[in-house]
Design a protein around this ligand. Structure first.
Ligand SMILES: [Fe+2]
Ligand SMILES: [Fe+2]
Length: 142
């Protein structure tokens, strides 16, 4: 089972990077890179927040490594934003290539492992609500 929200967010991220490639092909890479990076940073933060929230709620065993992978990407994007706005020291092609490979690797491996875990959770628990660490709360005695 795929999480449709995650799938949709991935499609938006891929589309955004494609926009950058299209702009480069049209000779507009320099104009496009700043708005793309700005939107990308916002999209990525939203998407990572969603995935991380889901991992934590479902006690996903690889949460720490997955979050670390996210953190590194954000750090790199921030470096690109800074490099670009300070002195345009990075090439648009370098940024686009990095993003394309990072995204396809991350979606293809790290996120796929998460998707497989989500499937097993659905298969056994029947819903997203069951945390294995759920303790009887105050409501239980009522
Ligand atoms: Fe992820
Ligand atoms: Fe993702």
């Amino acid at each position: 089972m795929h999480d449709s929200v995650i799938d949709d967010q991935h499609r938006q991220l891929v589309a955004l990077i494609n926009d950058l490639y299209v702009a480069m092909a049209e000779g507009q890479g320099h104009t496009a890179v700043e708005p793309v990076l700005t939107r990308l940073t916002i999209y990525i933060r939203t998407h990572f927040w969603y995935e991380e929230n889901k991992m934590e709620r479902l006690d996903y065993p690889a949460t720490m490594q997955h979050k670390e992978d996210h953190r590194k990407l954000l750090q790199q994007v921030e470096l690109y934003v800074k490099g670009w706005s300070d002195h345009q020291s990075v090439s648009v092609l370098e940024i686009a290539t990095f993003l394309k490979y990072w995204l396809s690797n991350h979606i293809g491996q790290t996120d796929r492992a998460l998707a497989q875990y989500l499937t097993t959770q659905i298969g056994t628990a029947g819903s997203y609500t069951g945390s294995r660490r759920l303790r009887p709360g105050p409501g239980k005695s009522a």
